[in-house]
Design a binder for this molecule. Structure first.
Ligand SMILES: [Zn+2]
Length: 248
């Protein structure tokens, strides 16, 4: 990892700045992992092998918690609702989501940042086909959280240089556990990896940057989100005929 939580301030710190600080003040303390909050060591500086960039690494401690960032090739979260009944509530949540799609598009874009209408459509198709609506405790503004958590946003030449993946904090192992958390504890980590689109697994030593997202639960009231560009609507209406009208 090249960025981690600052040892005592509520912000992130780059490995370069961290090295600089501990050189001048060795009692500075350890940087911490954004997902599991474990103290991190610094690796690479004394490594005789060329090309090992200096980076933060988790300690090899069998008693430390499982962490999605440290586990090599960590698997994405999945929508697991097959066994749940298709209720009236699920149907009305789906209907409401598609009615409000412009709001969801704008907020989704805010979270991912480097994204286009096709990314949104694909992520939505995936959670829709898996019946995300059937989660009992799911709120409408959290459907896009399921979309973020279950999709890899791989590099695309035109608009996304790095591989983006979203993680929950390490104590959350699946979507249901996330829905069950108290409101203030619902945070996501937006991680950027220096991997090519062809890479087959996520690796800690490619973890370049991150930011912590606070879940916005009030964007459905934001009037600025009531409309979307024609081109976005045209793309989505093709993916979801009958649910989203083409532009007039
Ligand atoms: Zn960790």
């Amino acid at each position: 990892m090249f960025k981690a939580f600052h040892p005592f301030e509520p912000k992130s710190i780059h490995i370069r700045d961290y090295i600089h600080l501990i050189r001048s003040s060795p009692s500075f303390g350890d940087a911490r992992c954004p997902a599991c909050e474990q103290p991190l060591t610094v690796k690479g500086d004394l490594d005789p092998k060329q090309g090992v960039e200096i980076h933060f690494a988790h300690r090899r401690d069998p008693n430390s918690p499982v962490c999605p960032i440290k586990s090599e090739g960590a698997i994405r979260y999945q929508v697991l609702t097959e066994a749940l009944p298709d209720t009236e509530a699920a149907r009305s949540l789906r209907e409401s989501f598609f009615k409000n799609w412009t709001y969801h598009w704008h907020q989704f874009k805010k979270y991912v940042r480097t994204v286009d209408a096709n990314d949104f459509a694909k992520a939505l198709q995936e959670v829709d086909s898996r019946g995300v609506w059937k989660y009992r405790d799911l709120k409408e503004h959290e459907v896009i959280i399921a979309m973020l958590a279950t999709k890899d946003f791989k590099p695309v030449k035109k608009y996304r240089a790095r591989w983006v993946r979203f993680w929950f904090r390490s104590e959350v192992e699946n979507l249901q556990e996330f829905w069950n958390l108290g409101g203030s504890k619902k945070v996501m980590i937006r991680a950027e990896y220096d991997l090519s689109a062809k890479a087959t697994k996520i690796r800690e030593d490619k973890f370049k940057d991150f930011s912590v997202l606070t879940i916005n639960s009030s964007y459905l009231e934001d009037e600025a989100y009531a409309e979307a560009p024609r081109v976005v609507q045209a793309i989505l209406s093709k993916h979801f005929p009958r649910l989203i009208d083409p532009p007039a």
